[in-house]
Design a protein around this ligand. Structure first.
Ligand SMILES: [Zn+2]
Ligand SMILES: [Zn+2]
Length: 270
């Protein structure tokens, strides 16, 4: 059934990189991608660059996991535009992610419980999802992909006219992820490389990639029938971004990979 679904024609899709860094600093923002204009994938500090009108237009957020670099702007965005909207913002995430957000963020202490207020029309609604699930969202077919991180985490695939835009989320090497995405015609894979090789041990315990493990895991990416697959690198720690880039360049990627170093503000059409 998934095979059939993955053959459905997708519609045009625009991805705007709001944030693609592992931390903050002038000019760098944490993870968030705006899909067309109504859907966000993760809600890091990059969301703060949207105008109020752009933020108010967002109806759905797909969260990969609870880490603060991926959710930092969510509480603030709800407060900024909740009153401008006529519907609750729908946040899609694993049940464990939802439970943690309710217990530790929207708990009335760190931030209001926007799933209950304003009483007449709460600003926020959670929608649980599961790995392997496919559903339509904002005119695109979405698939929840497996990931391996220190907390429950997922990646996402979104079908576009030219193939699937796939985001790993935060993860280390995870065979089920490759097994699934090798069945999809890919338009682009966005994969994380958080640390340089000198922090390989930190990368290992925090379940992130460094250039060594990135190159190892990319070996699992099946070559396409023709041409190369665009692979976007994200989540580089700003203090090590140059080093990570130099290490990956020196090691070299598989011949069917076309590397793209993501930057804040980049717009990609599929
Ligand atoms: Zn994380
Ligand atoms: Zn992260």
């Amino acid at each position: 059934m998934l095979e059939l679904d993955s053959q459905l024609p997708g519609s045009d899709l625009r991805v705007r990189v709001l944030g693609c860094s592992g931390a903050i600093g002038r000019g760098v923002r944490t993870t968030s991608f705006l899909i067309d204009d109504r859907l966000l994938v993760d809600c890091g500090t990059g969301v703060g660059d949207l105008t109020l009108e752009e933020m108010a237009r967002v109806d759905h957020v797909l969260l990969t996991h609870t880490h603060v670099d991926h959710i930092a702007a969510l509480p603030l965005m709800l407060d900024a535009v909740g009153s401008l909207r006529t519907e609750s913002l729908v946040v899609h995430a694993l049940p464990a992610t939802i439970a943690d957000l309710q217990a530790h963020i929207f708990n009335g202490i760190i931030w209001p419980d926007f799933t209950a207020i304003p009483y007449q029309r709460p600003y926020l609604r959670f929608e649980p999802l599961a790995v392997g699930e496919q559903f339509d969202l904002c005119g695109h077919l979405v698939e929840v992909l497996p990931a391996s991180h220190t907390v429950p985490a997922v990646g996402y695939g979104i079908q576009a006219a030219s193939g699937w835009w796939v985001f790993t989320g935060d993860t280390d090497h995870h065979l089920p992820f490759w097994q699934r995405i090798n069945q999809l015609p890919l338009a682009m894979l966005v994969i994380e490389a958080a640390f340089s090789n000198q922090e390989k041990q930190v990368a290992k315990v925090s379940k992130h990639h460094c250039p060594d493990t990135l190159i190892e895991t990319l070996a699992y990416l099946a070559p396409p029938a023709q041409g190369r697959i665009r692979v976007g690198i994200t989540h580089t720690k700003p203090s090590e971004a140059e080093r990570i880039r130099a290490e990956v360049t020196a090691m070299g990627v598989p011949p069917h990979v076309e590397l793209v170093w993501l930057e804040t503000g980049m717009e990609l059409d599929f």
